[in-house]
Design a protein around this ligand. Structure first.
Ligand SMILES: *Cc1c(COP(=O)(O)O)cnc(C)c1O
Length: 433
């Protein structure tokens, strides 16, 4: 497969991105990537040297064919790439309009796209001589992917997780521990993802000699947004090759957007291709009131600097980070990756929202009609697909990224879709213990 042999490389940059490199930081050292006004490296002095070291190592690695071969090998033999591109024919026939195709990242090891980035960064860390990996996790999906990859590569793994999240996401804590990772509870603040990020950064400030911080989305200080995008761009490159094999030129690509890593990885090879619309779908939750959703675009987010980067965040009047809500834990984050914030502003990427209810309905519809069980996150993209398809005729095609599969959502899905049956099951399970 074409996309396989390519290995990681910098995706073509759009016009609006040109010129962002070569910018000097306040201290006048090294380049700091901005995407328009967003991005940057707003960190304490002590983190400058590990970020510089990481940036240099990453730039060297991606232009080294030996590293690319190693990465391609792990993606093929462990992750199971390339993932299939599936025609959703029954749904396309029912809806009319453009034919809908699904890029099935749910078949990647550990069940979602997150493993692509985990493998890339873990191999980079090993190449840099680091023996320990730390990561933050919210819902636990990133933590599970990192824990699995560290077990595979023989690296020590500590995952920071908010205490509240550990209670809510017990199954993922259990799986991380099976993979041999230590899950470190974070009690401060709201005891959720943002506090886990702060704790991971604090650890890294003192441990970077032997430790790599494996950040989970296209967020954080430079070079993370660039690096994570490049490790996820394998999704878009495979899609391009698989579409070319079938003679498809997609009219639109659709993906859900939390931090934005599956979306930008899927979109990035298409950024220059103006003939393909790029559509990101955010978590509309229960409505647009503060605290009820996790949508940052279309006027809901404000510019701010959080966790070392500038982007659009859900903030209150005082600039404090607002609570967020989504039925899907993976989209439940107040910030969006700086490159997507910029591409939204320039209009290259369009943003829509899907509510909790719409995502749950899409999950059911794709499961029942196509035998595809979407993760709740990915189901937000699926919810937007029929309306987009109907804007086109049936000789055109759109591609929907299924960022993950839904098995992990048993506890939330069953509570929402089969409350009584689930209650009975849990009660009987408990009594049998
Ligand atoms: C974590 C996650 C997301 C959201 O993260 P992005 O960085 O926006 O891709 C989406 N889908 C699945 C299945 C996830 O696990």
């Amino acid at each position: 497969m074409q996309g396989q042999a390519d290995g990681p490389r910098r995706a073509a940059e759009s016009d609006s991105d040109k010129g962002r490199r070569g910018r000097q930081g306040a201290a006048g050292q090294g380049r700091h990537d901005f995407f328009g006004e967003f991005g940057g490296r707003y960190v304490a002095e002590v983190l400058r040297s590990p970020l510089d070291e990481l940036e240099i190592a990453f730039d060297e690695a991606i232009s080294d064919s030996a590293f690319q071969r190693e990465l391609d090998g792990v993606l093929r033999d462990y992750v199971g790439r390339p993932t299939p591109l599936i025609a959703a024919d029954r749904i396309s026939d029912q809806i009319g309009g453009a034919r809908i195709y699904v890029k099935q990242e749910g078949l990647a090891a550990t069940g979602a796209h997150k493993v692509n980035n985990a493998v890339g960064q873990a191999l980079l860390a090993r190449r840099m001589g680091k023996s320990r990996i730390i990561a933050e996790t919210g819902a636990g999906q990133h933590g599970v992917a990192v824990a699995a990859v560290c077990a595979r590569l023989g690296l020590a793994c500590d995952v920071y997780m908010g205490e509240l999240d550990m209670r809510r996401q017990k199954p993922n804590v259990f799986w991380m521990e099976r993979y041999g990772a230590r899950v470190l509870p974070v009690a401060g603040g709201s005891a959720t993802l943002k506090d886990a990020v702060n704790e991971a950064l604090r650890d890294w400030s003192a441990s970077f000699e032997d430790t790599h911080y494996l950040l989970g989305s296209v967020l954080g200080p430079s070079p993370f947004p660039d690096m994570v995008r490049e490790f996820q761009a394998v999704i878009g490159r495979e899609t391009q090759a698989q579409c070319a094999e079938r003679g498809i030129e997609p009219a639109a690509l659709l993906a859900c957007v939390g931090g934005g890593s599956n979306a930008i990885g899927f979109f990035s090879p298409y950024l220059e291709n103006e003939g393909t619309r790029l559509i990101g779908v955010e978590a509309g939750g229960r409505g647009t009131d503060p605290g009820e959703h996790a949508a940052r675009m279309r006027g809901l987010g404000r510019p701010g600097i959080v966790h070392g980067y500038k982007s659009l965040f859900l903030l209150d009047e005082d600039g404090q980070v607002l609570p967020t809500h989504s039925v899907s834990a993976g989209l439940d984050y107040p910030g969006i990756g700086p490159q997507l914030a910029h591409l939204g502003r320039t209009g290259r990427v369009e943003f829509r929202r899907a509510t909790d209810q719409e995502a749950l309905e899409a999950l059911d519809y794709f499961a029942r009609t196509e035998g595809l069980l979407f993760a709740l996150e990915s189901a937000h993209g699926a919810a937007a697909a029929p309306a987009v398809a109907m804007e086109y005729s049936n000789d055109q095609a759109i591609v929907l990224n299924m960022s993950g599969r839904g098995d992990k959502d048993l506890f939330i899905g069953a509570r929402e879709l089969d409350r009584e049956g689930w209650k009975r099951f849990l009660k009987e399970e408990y009594e049998s213990l």
